[in-house]
Design a protein around this ligand. Structure first.
Ligand code: NAP
Length: 283
């Protein structure tokens, strides 16, 4: 069996941890990166020969480069990269703080860029490799109250699609992974909220939207239909096949969203305008 070295960001919990568990059980090696390496101690104890745990906050570009150098020096040269670290920022755009907006872009988008830049030289030199960028179904469709999350995930989807073409000559596959709802802390302790959503401020012009969202996230947390280890199994099968699609839509809910918007041609407000046609008229 060919043994791969996976480099996973945000391996402490949720989808990142689940992917790590699946690939470790299959006999592969994993660089487990986490903001708090203590959070992956159980995995390093259970798989001492196959793991290397390193601290990494993907918001820090210099830390990303340093961490990847340390992994390579320890003999853990990545052949599969999983850009998983990320979280949701929700609430009406008007009411998000500048700090929370910057942090969302830093983690969900810039973190992915720093890791791709720092790992690509190693994948290219092996003339083989996989980069799985964990986008979201929210990287394909906009949802009110999730503008910034949508913006970062759309960016990850676009970046992945373009990068896939750029690095294909080296046998490297780049895949935008778009899960629907999976059972993690995403809708719970990890979720960042606009202050007026957090406090359900009755004076906010977005009170109705925020009340709806607060109820939706409370109901969703811990009840999501998706089981995170299934994502690990899908990514592992791609690597074992030696091929990955440019886009992976994961879970029944994500599929239903696609069917609703694309396959059933209900993409809202879409019009094609060619040069020979007149300006579109309102429906
Ligand atoms: N669960 C879903 O339904 C779903 C659906 C679509 C997409 N996703 C995406 O899947 C990815 C994983 O989320 P999850 O569902 O597994 O949520 P989660 O359980 O909240 O896990 C989030 C992970 O990201 C890490 N993280 C956050 N900011 C980081 C940073 N600056 N540097 C390094 N690590 C950081 C967290 O580390 P700490 O433990 O240190 O906080 C944690 O390991 C995210 O990109 C998310 O947007 C999730």
């Amino acid at each position: 069996m060919r043994v791969d070295t996976w480099f996973i960001t945000g391996a402490s919990r949720g989808i990142g941890r689940a992917i790590a568990q699946v690939v470790l059980q299959a006999g592969h090696r994993v660089v487990l990166t986490a903001r708090r390496p203590a959070s992956v101690e159980d995995l390093t104890r259970a798989f001492p020969e196959q793991t290397l745990a390193l601290p990494l906050d993907v918001n820090e570009e210099s830390q990303v480069r340093y961490t990847i150098r340390r992994a390579v020096e320890a003999g853990f040269v990545p052949s599969v990269v999983v850009n998983n670290a990320g979280y949701g920022l929700v609430g009406a755009l008007e009411e998000l703080t500048p700090e929370s907006i910057l942090r969302q872009i830093q983690t969900n988008l810039l973190g992915v860029i720093w890791v791709c830049q720092a790992t690509l030289p190693y994948l290219r030199s092996q003339k083989r490799g996989f980069i799985f960028n964990i986008s979201s179904i929210a990287g394909y469709f906009g949802f009110k109250g999730a503008t910034l999350y949508n913006a970062t995930k759309f960016a990850v989807t676009g970046l992945s699609e373009a990068l896939a073409q750029e690095v294909a000559p080296w046998g490297i596959y780049v895949c935008s992974v778009a899960p629907g709802p999976y059972r993690t802390d995403w809708a719970g302790s990890s979720l960042d909220k606009a202050p007026s959503l957090q406090s359900l401020d009755p004076h906010s012009p977005y009170y109705d939207l925020h009340a709806l969202m607060a109820e939706r996230y409370a109901q969703m947390d811990g009840q999501q239909p998706g089981e995170p280890t299934h994502i690990g199994q899908v990514l592992l099968s791609c690597v074992q096949m030696g091929w990955a699609p440019k886009h992976l839509i994961l879970g029944d809910e994500a599929r239903q969203t696609w069917e609703k918007y694309y396959l059933l041609r209900e993409f809202p407000e879409l019009q094609f305008v060619g040069h020979s046609e007149r300006a579109p008229r309102p429906a």
